[in-house]
Ligand binder design. Structure first.
Ligand SMILES: NC(=O)c1ccc[n+]([C@@H]2O[C@H](COP(=O)([O-])OP(=O)(O)OC[C@H]3O[C@@H](n4cnc5c(N)ncnc54)[C@H](O)[C@@H]3O)[C@@H](O)[C@H]2O)c1
Length: 439
């Protein structure tokens, strides 16, 4: 992608109806993006089917959900879950009796990790074991799914998987410095990427965040062929991230969180959709705005780009409902602190020359810098201080709104998507929310 391809008009078509099947490829968490899509699928009367990534037992072996866990997950999803563990990545895989990549990392310390080297031939064997395990499990899932989608139905596969951080102590300490450290605690993301540890993490991100989309498309080929023969249609979506246009100086401008370590994997995900599209498979990656979820909480400052959504709500035909969102945010701030003052702080942050240097689309994903960490994490801390309760934040309200807006945008656009990679920026999200609430 040389420049973002943005969705500018509200989609309205819908090929999905009762009897069609919506398959969530990833687990559903309370604040997760997938809720927006699932709400729309249910509104259209579709049958919802889910999967599980499984759980680890005390020896780190992957297992299916217990009966209780399964019942709870199905109640949460509002649909049946195929109970075959689909944990992606190879951080805990190895040929029988040999050490896993996580075992290899466990000897690294905060002092040694930048020099520590990994045995890449062994890592490659682990990667192959992990991929085979995942693909075999996808085949079992598809086998069960096949009987749940009747001829004549349409199917919507929604990929939501992202992750791949190996669970080793040393990385927790490094992540805290890279994503949250400033001043003496600052650590450059480049140092991570140049280390063997970093290279392994990027490979695992590729597996979890990008390659799983490819395995999903390949693994469902038989179902897709059968449904299409009977006149049905099959769609695939995935959630991307590649920066977002937000209002800065009254204009929608592309900006990004840096360093987004998963950026390369997200570009690979885009490529999976582009390649599938060339072969006639309708797969679309929707690049979505920064919101706070279980997965993004680690990135201090990622939430700062959310605040200008309030301005977008007013700019995009905002009426009484947009005004009500402003009013809902005000009581969360300390006495004497106005929402206008908070938004001015965000505007000052965004026009700061340090931030401007990071608005370079073709150089994405850029490394962090000490100046960026100082400004971004400092501003993030200052903004939290403006609230009365650090657990009740304006970004909580705004994250829920973005999630709500992306639901219909992705769902309806996917009936006849404009292309394999589309950006959902603050303008279209605000338009969608206003259209839903002002009618
Ligand atoms: N939160 C954001 O700011 C943001 C922005 C743009 C795109 N996204 C993308 O949206 C999607 C959903 O993320 P979210 O932020 O809603 O958080 P989330 O925590 O709700 O979802 C993360 C998903 O990844 C799956 N997952 C995690 N590790 C996995 C593994 N090893 N194997 C298989 N699946 C695994 C989980 O089951 C879950 O479905 C992700 O692709 C994410 O990158 C998020």
């Amino acid at each position: 992608m040389n420049s973002p391809i943005s969705l500018r008009d509200l989609p309205t078509g819908n090929i999905f109806r009762a009897g069609d099947v919506f398959v969530l490829f990833g687990e559903l968490f309370g604040r997760g993006y997938a809720n927006g899509l699932i709400n729309e699928a249910k509104k259209s009367g579709m049958t919802v089917v889910g999967i599980t990534v499984g759980r680890r037992d005390e020896n780190n072996a992957l297992r299916a959900l217990t009966a209780d866990e399964l019942a709870e997950a199905e109640a949460n999803l509002g649909g049946r879950i195929i109970n075959v563990p689909l944990m992606a990545g190879f951080d805990l895989d190895a040929p029988a009796g040999e050490p896993t990549p996580t075992d290899l990392l466990s000897g690294m310390t905060l002092k040694s990790w930048q020099e520590d080297k990994l045995d890449w031939a062994h890592i490659e064997k682990c990667r192959e074991v992990g991929i085979k395990r995942f693909k075999d499990s996808v085949a079992r899932v598809m086998n069960e799914l096949d009987s749940l989608i009747p001829d004549g139905a349409n199917a919507f596969f929604a990929h939501t998987m992202a992750g791949g951080i190996p669970k080793v102590k040393v990385f927790l300490a490094i992540a805290n410095r890279i994503y949250k450290g400033r001043g003496e605690r600052f650590m450059s993301s480049r140092a991570l990427l140049d280390s063997d540890l970093g290279k392994l993490i990027l490979m695992n991100f590729d597996e979890v965040t990008a390659n799983t989309f490819q395995y999903l498309i390949e693994g469902s080929t038989a179902i897709r062929t059968r449904l299409e023969k009977a006149g049905g249609q099959v769609r695939y979506t995935a959630y991307g991230y590649h920066g977002t246009e937000i209002l800065i100086e009254n204009q929608y401008q592309w900006q990004t969180y840096s360093n987004y370590t998963q950026g390369l994997a997200k570009m690979r995900l885009e490529q999976v959709a582009v390649n599938a599209w060339k072969k006639g498979v309708v797969a679309t990656v929707y690049n979505c705005p920064e919101i706070r979820t279980n997965s993004s909480d680690i990135f201090a400052g990622v939430e700062l780009s959310l605040f200008p959504l309030l301005k977008a709500l007013k700019q995009e035909n905002g009426g009484a409902w947009a005004e009500a969102q402003w009013q809902a945010c005000r009581p969360l701030l300390q006495d004497g602190i106005t929402l206008e003052a908070l938004l001015q702080k965000i505007e000052d942050y965004n026009v700061n020359p340090v931030m401007k240097t990071f608005r370079n689309f073709s150089a994405w994903p850029m490394d962090n810098s000490e100046a960026l960490a100082e400004l971004m994490i400092g501003t993030s801390d200052d903004i939290i201080q403006m609230h009365t309760d650090r657990k009740e934040l304006v970004v909580g309200i705004l994250s829920a709104l973005v999630l709500e807006g992306t639901g219909p945008l992705m769902f309806y656009e996917t009936s006849k998507p404009a292309g394999p990679v589309l950006w959902l920026n603050h303008d279209i999200i605000a338009k969608q929310l206003n259209a839903m609430h002002n009618s």
